[in-house]
Every structure is written in structure tokens, then in C-alpha cells.
Design a protein around this ligand. Structure first.
Ligand SMILES: [Zn+2]
Length: 123
């Protein structure tokens, strides 16, 4: 299964991050998934949960951030989500807009808990 391999590499990345911070525990990982990355978000979520369960990463939350495909306009700088495959700029009608994303499949952040208050959490 495609998604199982992705889930596995996400967790591997978390473990790699953890080796840099001995004693820490991973609490949350964010994964960006573009509309065109060809990933089934729900099945990826299921795979992550299945792999985390009973592993050394128990308690890790996985945040899947689903991104629509977007283009940017080189003329007016407008950024827009693509609907119905229309890539023309809705603001200035420029036809030569460039893809900004939508095919990404990467880790946006990994939250670690080092057991100390680092002052970044809200009171
Ligand atoms: Zn434009």
C-alpha cells in the first residue's frame, strides 16, 4: 500500500529528529499533502495511527494538512486556488501563471516535548 510507505517514512523522519534531542518525546507531526500528490488523506491517517500504535512513538499526533493546488500570477502577484483546471489569473487574466504547490508531500513541523517549559506554550 502506497500510503503505508509514506506513513512509515514520516515516522522515520520523526525518529531521526528525536535522535538529535535525546530525552525528548515527539508529540505532534505535521504533514503537508498537496491535492496532486496522489495520496489518500484518510488512508494515510489510518496508516500513521496503525504504525504509531504500540510503537516507540505512542502518543504522537499526526496533523495532515491538505493543500489545494495553487498558482501565482507573475504579473500582479495574485495567488489563487485552482478550480476546474483554470490556471488563468482571476485578477488580471494573465494566462501564464506558475504553480506554487499542490504536489507537495513533506513534513511541515515536528513538535517535541523535552519535559521542560520552553515558554512558547500559551498559559
Ligand atoms: Zn494576475
Amino acid at each position: 500500500m502506497h500510503e503505508m510507505g509514506i506513513a512509515s517514512s514520516v515516522l522515520d523522519a520523526v525518529r531521526t529528529e528525536l535522535t538529535k534531542y535525546p530525552g525528548s518525546r515527539a508529540t505532534k507531526v505535521g504533514v503537508r499533502i498537496g491535492e496532486w500528490a496522489g495520496v489518500d488523506v484518510e488512508s494515510l491517517r489510518f496508516c500513521c495511527e496503525a504504525l504509531i500504535m504500540d510503537s516507540d512513538l505512542t502518543g504522537l499526533a499526526v496533523e495532515l494538512d491538505y493543500r489545494l493546488r495553487r498558482n501565482g500570477c507573475p504579473q500582479c502577484g495574485h495567488e489563487f486556488a485552482i478550480q476546474n483546471y483554470a490556471t488563468q489569473c482571476p485578477r488580471c487574466d494573465c494566462e501564464h501563471t506558475v504553480p506554487l504547490g499542490g504536489t507537495e508531500l513533506d513534513i511541515s513541523y515536528i513538535e517535541l516535548d523535552d519535559g521542560e517549559d520552553d515558554g512558547t506554550s500559551a498559559p
